[in-house]
Design a protein around this ligand. Structure first.
Ligand SMILES: Nc1nc2c(ncn2[C@@H]2O[C@H](COP(=O)(O)OP(=O)(O)OP(=O)(O)O)[C@@H](O)[C@H]2O)c(=O)[nH]1
Ligand SMILES: [Mg+2]
Length: 418
Protein backbone atom coordinates (compact mmCIF):
# COMPACT_ATOMS: atom_id res chain seq x y z
CA UNK A 1 0.00 0.00 0.00
CA UNK A 2 2.19 2.72 -1.39
CA UNK A 3 3.35 5.22 1.18
CA UNK A 4 0.54 4.88 3.73
CA UNK A 5 0.44 2.59 6.72
CA UNK A 6 -3.24 1.83 7.29
CA UNK A 7 -2.58 1.22 11.00
CA UNK A 8 -1.67 4.88 11.41
CA UNK A 9 -4.92 6.09 9.89
CA UNK A 10 -7.93 7.09 11.94
CA UNK A 11 -10.24 4.15 12.47
CA UNK A 12 -13.11 3.30 10.17
CA UNK A 13 -14.99 0.10 11.09
CA UNK A 14 -14.38 -2.79 8.70
CA UNK A 15 -17.90 -2.90 7.22
CA UNK A 16 -17.94 0.84 6.55
CA UNK A 17 -14.53 0.54 4.96
CA UNK A 18 -15.80 -2.15 2.61
CA UNK A 19 -18.80 -0.02 1.64
CA UNK A 20 -16.53 2.96 1.10
CA UNK A 21 -14.24 1.01 -1.19
CA UNK A 22 -17.17 -0.38 -3.12
CA UNK A 23 -18.80 3.00 -3.71
CA UNK A 24 -15.60 4.73 -4.73
CA UNK A 25 -14.35 1.76 -6.72
CA UNK A 26 -17.44 1.07 -8.77
CA UNK A 27 -17.81 4.70 -9.67
CA UNK A 28 -21.56 4.62 -9.05
CA UNK A 29 -21.48 7.14 -6.24
CA UNK A 30 -24.70 8.89 -7.24
CA UNK A 31 -26.63 5.67 -7.17
CA UNK A 32 -25.10 4.57 -3.87
CA UNK A 33 -25.83 7.99 -2.38
CA UNK A 34 -29.45 7.89 -3.52
CA UNK A 35 -29.85 4.48 -1.89
CA UNK A 36 -28.25 5.76 1.31
CA UNK A 37 -30.61 8.72 1.34
CA UNK A 38 -33.53 6.34 1.00
CA UNK A 39 -32.29 4.16 3.83
CA UNK A 40 -31.85 7.16 6.16
CA UNK A 41 -35.27 8.55 5.32
CA UNK A 42 -36.89 5.17 5.90
CA UNK A 43 -35.16 4.89 9.28
CA UNK A 44 -36.45 8.34 10.26
CA UNK A 45 -39.99 7.39 9.35
CA UNK A 46 -40.19 4.32 11.56
CA UNK A 47 -42.99 4.79 14.04
CA UNK A 48 -43.02 3.43 17.55
CA UNK A 49 -46.27 3.20 19.50
CA UNK A 50 -45.93 2.65 23.23
CA UNK A 51 -49.04 1.79 25.24
CA UNK A 52 -49.21 2.84 28.87
CA UNK A 53 -51.99 1.12 30.76
CA UNK A 54 -53.02 0.11 34.28
CA UNK A 55 -55.73 0.75 36.81
CA UNK A 56 -57.31 4.16 37.31
CA UNK A 57 -55.05 6.49 39.23
CA UNK A 58 -51.98 4.24 39.01
CA UNK A 59 -49.88 7.01 37.45
CA UNK A 60 -50.26 6.31 33.73
CA UNK A 61 -50.56 9.90 32.56
CA UNK A 62 -47.74 10.98 34.85
CA UNK A 63 -45.51 8.28 33.39
CA UNK A 64 -46.47 9.32 29.85
CA UNK A 65 -45.34 12.86 30.66
CA UNK A 66 -42.19 11.76 32.45
CA UNK A 67 -40.87 9.61 29.63
CA UNK A 68 -41.51 12.46 27.23
CA UNK A 69 -39.44 14.73 29.48
CA UNK A 70 -42.42 16.94 30.33
CA UNK A 71 -43.86 18.42 33.49
CA UNK A 72 -47.56 17.77 34.14
CA UNK A 73 -48.25 21.47 33.63
CA UNK A 74 -46.49 21.76 30.25
CA UNK A 75 -48.63 22.56 27.21
CA UNK A 76 -48.41 19.15 25.53
CA UNK A 77 -48.59 17.16 28.75
CA UNK A 78 -51.25 14.54 29.50
CA UNK A 79 -53.80 15.54 32.14
CA UNK A 80 -52.98 14.06 35.55
CA UNK A 81 -54.76 14.11 38.87
CA UNK A 82 -56.50 12.20 41.58
CA UNK A 83 -59.79 11.84 39.73
CA UNK A 84 -60.25 9.47 36.82
CA UNK A 85 -59.25 11.44 33.75
CA UNK A 86 -58.29 9.28 30.78
CA UNK A 87 -61.35 7.85 28.99
CA UNK A 88 -60.01 6.95 25.55
CA UNK A 89 -56.59 6.09 24.13
CA UNK A 90 -54.81 9.39 23.61
CA UNK A 91 -51.69 9.76 21.50
CA UNK A 92 -48.85 11.84 22.94
CA UNK A 93 -46.03 12.20 20.44
CA UNK A 94 -42.62 12.78 21.93
CA UNK A 95 -41.96 16.56 21.77
CA UNK A 96 -38.65 16.16 19.91
CA UNK A 97 -39.24 12.84 18.11
CA UNK A 98 -42.76 12.89 16.74
CA UNK A 99 -42.45 9.33 15.40
CA UNK A 100 -42.32 8.04 18.97
CA UNK A 101 -45.86 8.07 20.25
CA UNK A 102 -46.75 7.30 23.83
CA UNK A 103 -50.40 6.30 24.26
CA UNK A 104 -52.20 7.09 27.46
CA UNK A 105 -54.82 4.35 27.72
CA UNK A 106 -57.96 4.40 29.86
CA UNK A 107 -57.78 2.80 33.30
CA UNK A 108 -58.45 -0.94 33.21
CA UNK A 109 -61.05 -2.61 35.35
CA UNK A 110 -63.48 0.31 35.44
CA UNK A 111 -67.16 -0.02 34.51
CA UNK A 112 -66.47 1.20 30.98
CA UNK A 113 -63.39 -0.94 30.43
CA UNK A 114 -63.46 -4.61 31.35
CA UNK A 115 -60.36 -6.75 30.92
CA UNK A 116 -61.89 -9.13 28.38
CA UNK A 117 -62.81 -6.49 25.84
CA UNK A 118 -60.25 -3.86 26.83
CA UNK A 119 -57.58 -4.69 24.25
CA UNK A 120 -60.07 -4.56 21.42
CA UNK A 121 -61.46 -1.26 22.66
CA UNK A 122 -58.06 0.38 22.80
CA UNK A 123 -56.90 -0.89 19.38
CA UNK A 124 -54.42 -3.62 20.36
CA UNK A 125 -52.76 -3.98 16.96
CA UNK A 126 -51.45 -0.42 17.01
CA UNK A 127 -48.95 -0.85 19.80
CA UNK A 128 -45.37 -2.11 19.76
CA UNK A 129 -45.42 -3.00 23.47
CA UNK A 130 -47.34 -2.34 26.67
CA UNK A 131 -46.33 -0.82 29.97
CA UNK A 132 -48.68 -1.97 32.73
CA UNK A 133 -48.50 0.39 35.68
CA UNK A 134 -49.61 -0.17 39.23
CA UNK A 135 -48.94 1.82 42.37
CA UNK A 136 -49.64 -1.25 44.55
CA UNK A 137 -49.36 -5.00 44.01
CA UNK A 138 -50.55 -6.02 40.56
CA UNK A 139 -54.22 -6.93 40.61
CA UNK A 140 -56.29 -9.48 38.70
CA UNK A 141 -57.05 -6.93 35.98
CA UNK A 142 -53.38 -6.22 35.39
CA UNK A 143 -52.52 -9.89 35.28
CA UNK A 144 -55.38 -10.87 32.98
CA UNK A 145 -54.41 -8.08 30.67
CA UNK A 146 -50.76 -9.16 30.64
CA UNK A 147 -51.75 -12.71 29.85
CA UNK A 148 -53.97 -11.60 27.00
CA UNK A 149 -51.21 -9.37 25.58
CA UNK A 150 -48.85 -12.31 25.69
CA UNK A 151 -51.41 -14.63 24.09
CA UNK A 152 -51.75 -12.16 21.25
CA UNK A 153 -48.00 -12.16 20.75
CA UNK A 154 -46.82 -8.85 22.14
CA UNK A 155 -44.61 -7.80 25.02
CA UNK A 156 -45.61 -6.14 28.28
CA UNK A 157 -43.62 -4.70 31.16
CA UNK A 158 -44.87 -4.35 34.73
CA UNK A 159 -44.00 -0.98 36.20
CA UNK A 160 -44.55 -0.32 39.89
CA UNK A 161 -45.05 3.45 40.20
CA UNK A 162 -44.83 6.00 43.01
CA UNK A 163 -42.02 4.26 44.91
CA UNK A 164 -40.89 7.67 46.15
CA UNK A 165 -44.12 7.71 48.14
CA UNK A 166 -43.42 4.29 49.64
CA UNK A 167 -39.97 5.42 50.71
CA UNK A 168 -41.34 8.60 52.27
CA UNK A 169 -43.99 6.61 54.13
CA UNK A 170 -41.47 4.09 55.43
CA UNK A 171 -39.13 6.84 56.50
CA UNK A 172 -41.73 8.13 58.93
CA UNK A 173 -41.02 5.09 61.10
CA UNK A 174 -37.40 6.09 61.53
CA UNK A 175 -35.71 8.94 63.38
CA UNK A 176 -33.25 11.41 61.90
CA UNK A 177 -30.36 9.01 62.30
CA UNK A 178 -32.32 6.36 60.44
CA UNK A 179 -33.02 4.27 63.54
CA UNK A 180 -36.41 2.60 63.94
CA UNK A 181 -38.53 4.69 66.33
CA UNK A 182 -40.81 2.04 67.75
CA UNK A 183 -39.37 -1.28 68.75
CA UNK A 184 -42.37 -3.57 68.75
CA UNK A 185 -41.16 -7.10 69.24
CA UNK A 186 -43.12 -8.31 66.22
CA UNK A 187 -42.04 -5.68 63.70
CA UNK A 188 -40.71 -6.77 60.34
CA UNK A 189 -38.99 -3.44 59.82
CA UNK A 190 -35.22 -3.50 60.04
CA UNK A 191 -33.60 -1.58 62.89
CA UNK A 192 -31.75 0.66 60.46
CA UNK A 193 -33.48 2.49 57.59
CA UNK A 194 -32.43 1.03 54.28
CA UNK A 195 -33.76 2.31 50.98
CA UNK A 196 -32.50 -0.69 49.06
CA UNK A 197 -34.14 -3.10 51.50
CA UNK A 198 -37.48 -1.32 51.11
CA UNK A 199 -37.20 -1.35 47.33
CA UNK A 200 -36.30 -5.04 47.34
CA UNK A 201 -39.26 -5.80 49.55
CA UNK A 202 -41.64 -3.96 47.20
CA UNK A 203 -40.17 -5.74 44.20
CA UNK A 204 -40.36 -9.16 45.86
CA UNK A 205 -43.89 -8.51 46.99
CA UNK A 206 -45.01 -7.67 43.45
CA UNK A 207 -43.15 -10.61 41.96
CA UNK A 208 -44.52 -13.16 44.41
CA UNK A 209 -48.05 -11.91 43.66
CA UNK A 210 -47.45 -12.37 39.95
CA UNK A 211 -45.94 -15.81 40.46
CA UNK A 212 -48.94 -16.84 42.50
CA UNK A 213 -51.08 -15.83 39.53
CA UNK A 214 -48.89 -18.07 37.35
CA UNK A 215 -47.14 -15.35 35.40
CA UNK A 216 -43.91 -16.98 34.22
CA UNK A 217 -40.60 -15.26 35.06
CA UNK A 218 -42.24 -12.01 36.10
CA UNK A 219 -40.21 -8.80 36.02
CA UNK A 220 -41.22 -5.64 37.79
CA UNK A 221 -39.59 -2.23 37.39
CA UNK A 222 -39.86 0.24 40.26
CA UNK A 223 -40.09 3.87 39.20
CA UNK A 224 -40.90 7.33 40.41
CA UNK A 225 -42.38 9.84 38.07
CA UNK A 226 -40.34 12.48 39.86
CA UNK A 227 -36.98 10.88 39.31
CA UNK A 228 -36.63 8.72 36.24
CA UNK A 229 -32.87 8.44 36.65
CA UNK A 230 -33.38 6.43 39.85
CA UNK A 231 -34.67 3.02 40.94
CA UNK A 232 -35.38 0.61 38.06
CA UNK A 233 -36.10 3.06 35.29
CA UNK A 234 -32.57 2.81 33.84
CA UNK A 235 -32.97 -0.98 33.75
CA UNK A 236 -36.39 -0.66 32.13
CA UNK A 237 -34.95 1.55 29.38
CA UNK A 238 -32.24 -1.01 28.77
CA UNK A 239 -34.67 -3.92 28.56
CA UNK A 240 -37.07 -2.05 26.28
CA UNK A 241 -34.28 -1.24 23.85
CA UNK A 242 -32.86 -4.77 23.94
CA UNK A 243 -36.20 -6.45 23.39
CA UNK A 244 -37.37 -4.30 20.50
CA UNK A 245 -36.92 -5.60 16.96
CA UNK A 246 -33.58 -4.22 15.77
CA UNK A 247 -35.02 -1.88 13.14
CA UNK A 248 -36.97 -0.01 15.84
CA UNK A 249 -34.14 0.22 18.35
CA UNK A 250 -32.66 3.43 17.06
CA UNK A 251 -36.08 5.05 17.02
CA UNK A 252 -36.63 4.38 20.71
CA UNK A 253 -33.05 5.06 21.75
CA UNK A 254 -32.93 8.52 20.21
CA UNK A 255 -36.04 9.54 22.10
CA UNK A 256 -34.81 8.35 25.50
CA UNK A 257 -33.75 11.09 27.86
CA UNK A 258 -30.05 11.34 28.58
CA UNK A 259 -30.19 10.35 32.21
CA UNK A 260 -28.64 6.91 32.02
CA UNK A 261 -25.00 6.44 31.09
CA UNK A 262 -25.49 3.05 29.43
CA UNK A 263 -28.24 4.51 27.25
CA UNK A 264 -25.87 7.23 26.06
CA UNK A 265 -23.39 4.59 24.99
CA UNK A 266 -26.03 2.63 23.07
CA UNK A 267 -27.35 5.77 21.46
CA UNK A 268 -23.88 6.53 20.22
CA UNK A 269 -23.47 3.05 18.79
CA UNK A 270 -26.73 3.28 16.87
CA UNK A 271 -25.88 6.70 15.47
CA UNK A 272 -22.37 5.58 14.61
CA UNK A 273 -23.85 2.90 12.38
CA UNK A 274 -25.46 5.59 10.21
CA UNK A 275 -22.37 7.75 9.70
CA UNK A 276 -21.32 5.96 6.61
CA UNK A 277 -24.73 6.49 4.99
CA UNK A 278 -24.71 10.14 5.98
CA UNK A 279 -21.26 10.69 4.49
CA UNK A 280 -22.37 9.10 1.27
CA UNK A 281 -25.47 11.28 1.02
CA UNK A 282 -23.49 14.39 1.85
CA UNK A 283 -20.92 13.68 -0.88
CA UNK A 284 -23.20 12.26 -3.50
CA UNK A 285 -26.65 13.86 -3.53
CA UNK A 286 -26.50 17.65 -3.41
CA UNK A 287 -22.75 18.03 -3.13
CA UNK A 288 -21.06 21.26 -4.11
CA UNK A 289 -17.36 22.20 -3.92
CA UNK A 290 -16.35 23.97 -0.72
CA UNK A 291 -14.08 26.93 -1.42
CA UNK A 292 -10.64 26.62 0.13
CA UNK A 293 -10.85 22.87 0.84
CA UNK A 294 -10.62 20.14 -1.77
CA UNK A 295 -13.96 18.74 -0.70
CA UNK A 296 -17.27 18.39 -2.48
CA UNK A 297 -20.19 17.92 -0.11
CA UNK A 298 -23.58 19.10 1.11
CA UNK A 299 -22.86 21.48 3.99
CA UNK A 300 -26.53 22.12 4.78
CA UNK A 301 -27.14 18.42 5.23
CA UNK A 302 -24.10 18.10 7.49
CA UNK A 303 -25.32 21.04 9.54
CA UNK A 304 -28.63 19.25 10.05
CA UNK A 305 -26.81 16.07 11.07
CA UNK A 306 -24.71 17.87 13.68
CA UNK A 307 -27.79 19.59 15.06
CA UNK A 308 -29.50 16.22 15.28
CA UNK A 309 -26.59 14.81 17.27
CA UNK A 310 -26.91 17.75 19.64
CA UNK A 311 -30.62 17.05 20.04
CA UNK A 312 -29.99 13.33 20.56
CA UNK A 313 -27.53 14.09 23.35
CA UNK A 314 -29.41 16.97 24.94
CA UNK A 315 -26.87 19.59 23.86
CA UNK A 316 -29.14 22.54 23.26
CA UNK A 317 -30.35 25.39 25.45
CA UNK A 318 -33.78 23.91 25.99
CA UNK A 319 -32.66 20.43 26.98
CA UNK A 320 -29.98 21.80 29.29
CA UNK A 321 -32.47 24.12 30.96
CA UNK A 322 -34.81 21.18 31.57
CA UNK A 323 -32.03 19.03 32.99
CA UNK A 324 -30.78 21.87 35.18
CA UNK A 325 -34.28 22.27 36.58
CA UNK A 326 -34.71 18.53 37.19
CA UNK A 327 -31.28 18.19 38.78
CA UNK A 328 -31.69 21.43 40.71
CA UNK A 329 -28.34 22.72 39.48
CA UNK A 330 -27.45 26.00 37.77
CA UNK A 331 -27.37 25.58 33.99
CA UNK A 332 -23.90 27.19 33.94
CA UNK A 333 -22.59 24.26 35.96
CA UNK A 334 -23.79 21.84 33.28
CA UNK A 335 -22.50 24.00 30.45
CA UNK A 336 -19.08 24.27 32.07
CA UNK A 337 -18.25 20.64 31.17
CA UNK A 338 -19.43 20.84 27.56
CA UNK A 339 -16.58 20.98 25.07
CA UNK A 340 -18.36 20.74 21.72
CA UNK A 341 -20.69 23.38 20.28
CA UNK A 342 -24.35 23.46 21.29
CA UNK A 343 -27.00 23.08 18.61
CA UNK A 344 -27.55 26.85 18.56
CA UNK A 345 -23.87 27.41 17.69
CA UNK A 346 -23.83 25.18 14.62
CA UNK A 347 -23.45 27.24 11.47
CA UNK A 348 -22.29 26.66 7.92
CA UNK A 349 -18.95 28.26 8.78
CA UNK A 350 -18.48 25.93 11.71
CA UNK A 351 -19.14 22.89 9.52
CA UNK A 352 -16.57 24.10 6.99
CA UNK A 353 -14.08 24.73 9.79
CA UNK A 354 -14.57 21.20 11.08
CA UNK A 355 -14.28 19.72 7.59
CA UNK A 356 -11.00 21.55 7.10
CA UNK A 357 -9.76 20.17 10.39
CA UNK A 358 -10.43 16.57 9.38
CA UNK A 359 -9.39 16.89 5.75
CA UNK A 360 -5.72 16.23 6.53
CA UNK A 361 -6.40 12.80 8.07
CA UNK A 362 -8.81 12.02 5.28
CA UNK A 363 -6.27 12.81 2.58
CA UNK A 364 -4.13 9.98 3.93
CA UNK A 365 -7.13 7.71 3.57
CA UNK A 366 -7.79 8.83 0.06
CA UNK A 367 -4.16 8.12 -0.84
CA UNK A 368 -4.79 4.64 0.40
CA UNK A 369 -8.12 4.34 -1.40
CA UNK A 370 -6.70 5.62 -4.65
CA UNK A 371 -3.98 3.03 -4.45
CA UNK A 372 -6.22 0.06 -3.87
CA UNK A 373 -9.11 0.91 -6.16
CA UNK A 374 -9.22 1.95 -9.78
CA UNK A 375 -10.76 5.40 -9.78
CA UNK A 376 -12.67 7.20 -12.50
CA UNK A 377 -13.49 10.85 -13.12
CA UNK A 378 -15.50 12.71 -10.47
CA UNK A 379 -15.01 9.89 -8.00
CA UNK A 380 -11.57 11.32 -7.43
CA UNK A 381 -12.99 14.14 -5.33
CA UNK A 382 -15.21 11.68 -3.43
CA UNK A 383 -12.11 9.77 -2.40
CA UNK A 384 -11.17 12.78 -0.27
CA UNK A 385 -14.63 14.10 0.53
CA UNK A 386 -16.07 10.83 1.82
CA UNK A 387 -13.42 10.13 4.48
CA UNK A 388 -13.41 13.83 5.45
CA UNK A 389 -17.15 13.96 6.13
CA UNK A 390 -16.94 10.55 7.77
CA UNK A 391 -14.29 11.70 10.26
CA UNK A 392 -15.99 15.00 10.86
CA UNK A 393 -19.30 13.30 11.74
CA UNK A 394 -17.64 10.59 13.77
CA UNK A 395 -15.59 13.01 15.83
CA UNK A 396 -18.53 15.27 16.42
CA UNK A 397 -20.62 12.31 17.54
CA UNK A 398 -17.87 11.08 19.88
CA UNK A 399 -17.49 14.53 21.40
CA UNK A 400 -21.23 15.04 21.80
CA UNK A 401 -21.62 11.66 23.49
CA UNK A 402 -18.68 12.39 25.81
CA UNK A 403 -20.20 15.78 26.65
CA UNK A 404 -23.51 14.13 27.47
CA UNK A 405 -21.76 11.76 29.88
CA UNK A 406 -20.00 14.65 31.64
CA UNK A 407 -23.22 16.67 31.82
CA UNK A 408 -24.98 13.68 33.36
CA UNK A 409 -22.20 13.24 35.91
CA UNK A 410 -22.57 16.86 36.97
CA UNK A 411 -26.36 16.54 37.09
CA UNK A 412 -26.29 13.57 39.47
CA UNK A 413 -23.31 14.76 41.56
CA UNK A 414 -24.20 15.03 45.21
CA UNK A 415 -27.35 12.99 44.71
CA UNK A 416 -26.76 10.31 47.34
CA UNK A 417 -28.89 7.62 45.76
CA UNK A 418 -26.94 7.67 42.51
N1 LIG B 1 -45.39 10.62 44.46
C1 LIG B 1 -45.74 10.20 43.26
N2 LIG B 1 -46.96 10.51 42.79
C2 LIG B 1 -47.31 10.09 41.55
C3 LIG B 1 -46.41 9.33 40.75
N3 LIG B 1 -47.03 9.06 39.58
C4 LIG B 1 -48.26 9.61 39.67
N4 LIG B 1 -48.44 10.23 40.85
C5 LIG B 1 -49.63 10.94 41.31
O1 LIG B 1 -50.75 10.05 41.29
C6 LIG B 1 -51.93 10.71 40.90
C7 LIG B 1 -52.55 10.00 39.70
O2 LIG B 1 -51.67 10.07 38.62
P1 LIG B 1 -52.13 10.03 37.11
O3 LIG B 1 -50.91 10.04 36.31
O4 LIG B 1 -53.14 11.06 36.83
O5 LIG B 1 -52.79 8.59 37.08
P2 LIG B 1 -53.57 7.88 35.89
O6 LIG B 1 -53.24 6.44 35.97
O7 LIG B 1 -53.33 8.58 34.62
O8 LIG B 1 -55.06 8.09 36.34
P3 LIG B 1 -56.40 7.94 35.46
O9 LIG B 1 -56.16 8.61 34.15
O10 LIG B 1 -57.36 8.63 36.29
O11 LIG B 1 -56.66 6.48 35.34
C8 LIG B 1 -51.51 12.15 40.56
O12 LIG B 1 -51.80 12.95 41.65
C9 LIG B 1 -50.02 12.05 40.34
O13 LIG B 1 -49.32 13.24 40.62
C10 LIG B 1 -45.12 9.03 41.30
O14 LIG B 1 -44.27 8.36 40.69
N5 LIG B 1 -44.85 9.48 42.55
MG1 LIG C 1 -54.63 9.50 33.33
Amino acid sequence: MAGVDVKELPKIPEEDMEALKAAVGKGNLTEAAAKAKDALEKADKIILNIAVTGEAGSGKSSFVNAIRGLRDEDDDAAETGVTETTMEPTAYPHPSYSNVIVWDLPGIGTETFKSDTYLKQVGFSRYDFFIIISCTRFKTHDIELAQEIQRQGKKFYFVRSKVDQDLTNEKRHYDEEGILKQRKAATKRPHQYSESAILSAIRENCISGLKAAEVTSPRVFLVSRWDLGKYDFPKLQEVLVDELPSHKRRTLLRSLSNIVKETLEKKKEQLQAQIWLKSLVSCGVAAIPIPGVSIVCDVAMLMTSLKEYCRDFGLNENALATLARQADKPIAELKAVIKSPLSEEITKDLVIKLLTKYAAGAVKYSTYLLNVIPVVGSILSAAVSLPTTYFMLQNFLDDAAADAVRVLEVAVKGDVSN
